[in-house]
Design a protein around this ligand. Sequence first.
Ligand code: GDP
Length: 328
Amino acid sequence: MDPIVEHLADGIARGQLRSLAKAITLVESKLPEHNQLAGQLLEKLLPFTGNALRIGITGVPGVGKSTFIEAFGLHLIERGHKVAVLAVDPSSQITGGSILGDKTRMELLSRETNAYIRPSPAGETLGGVARKTREAMLICEAYGFDVVLVETVGVGQSEVTVAQMVDFFLLLQLPNAGDELQGIKKGVMELADGIIINKADGDNQPKAQLARAQIVNALHILSPRSPNWQVPVLLASGLAKQGIDAVWDMLGKYRSAMMESGEFQEKRSCQVVDWMWSMLMDEVKDMFVQNRNVASLLPGLREAVHHGVTTPGMAVKRLIEAYRRPLL
Ligand code: GDP
C-alpha cells in the first residue's frame, strides 16, 4: 500500500481534521494517479464506514436549507453527535454558477469541532459529483461522523441522485399552500421520506398549517415507498429553531422501523450495487469511445446521423463492429 494512503488512513483513524480534508481532496482530484490512491484509501477505510445516519436534504433555493441545516446540526452537536455536511450541486454545469456554494453559509456550525462542512465538488457532471460525494461520505463515516447530511437543490436529476445515496430523504417546503412552483416538484415528493414545511414561524403559521394539510392530502394519492413508513409532514422553523427536535425524533422512528423490517440494510445494499453498475457503465462508455477503431469512425457517423443520412441504429451497429475488430 502506498505510504500516502497509510498516512491518511492513520490520520483519519486518529481523528485528524487535516487528514480528513486531504483525503476528500484526493477523492475529488481529476489526476489518474490520485484516483488510484483514492481507490486504495477507500478500500482501506471501508470496514470503518456505514455507521452514520445518511440524510439527504432538498428544497428550492430560498426555502431555508442552510439556515435549517445549521440549526439542526447545532442541535445534534449539543446532543453529542458529530455532523458532516456535504453537498451535491451540479448547477455550475447548467448555469455556469453554483446555487449552493456561493454564499457564506452555516458560519456557526462551521466553527464547531464536531462539525465538518464540505462544499460540492466543482466542475463535474452530475455523475462525477455524485461519485465524489458518496466517497466523501464514506471518508466522513470512517472519521467518526455519525450523521451525514447531503444537501442538494432541484437541478435536473440531482435530487434523484442524492435520494439514491442516503437512508432518509428530507424535503423542505415553503409555507405557500398551492404554490404552482412547488406543484411542479411532485416528482420530488415521491422521493421524500419526510417533508418539512419550513419557515413555519410568526405570521407564516396559518399558511404553514394549510400547506401541511394540502401536502398530506397530496401524499394520499402517491403509493407509499415502504409498507412500514408513512411520510410525516412536520412544521419547523430553522430561523426560530422550532420543531427541530421533532425532526430528529422522526429520523429516530424511521431508523427503528426500517431496521426492524430489514429495509434499512436492504436499501443500502441495493444502493451500493446500483452504484457499482453506474460506475461500470461510465467506465465502459469511456473505454468504448476511446477505442481507436471507434474513435476514428465516430465523428463521421455522428455527422451522418445528424443529417439524417444514417439511422442511429445503423451507426451503433457499425461502431460495435468496429470495436470488436482488431485495433487499427
Ligand atoms: P437556502 O437557499 O435554501 O439555503 O435558504 P437560506 O437558508 O439561505 O434562507 C433563505 C432566506 O430565508 C434567508 O433570508 C433566511 O434568513 C430566510 N429563512 C431561512 N429560514 C427561515 C425560517 O425558518 N423562517 C423565516 N421566516 N425565514 C427563514
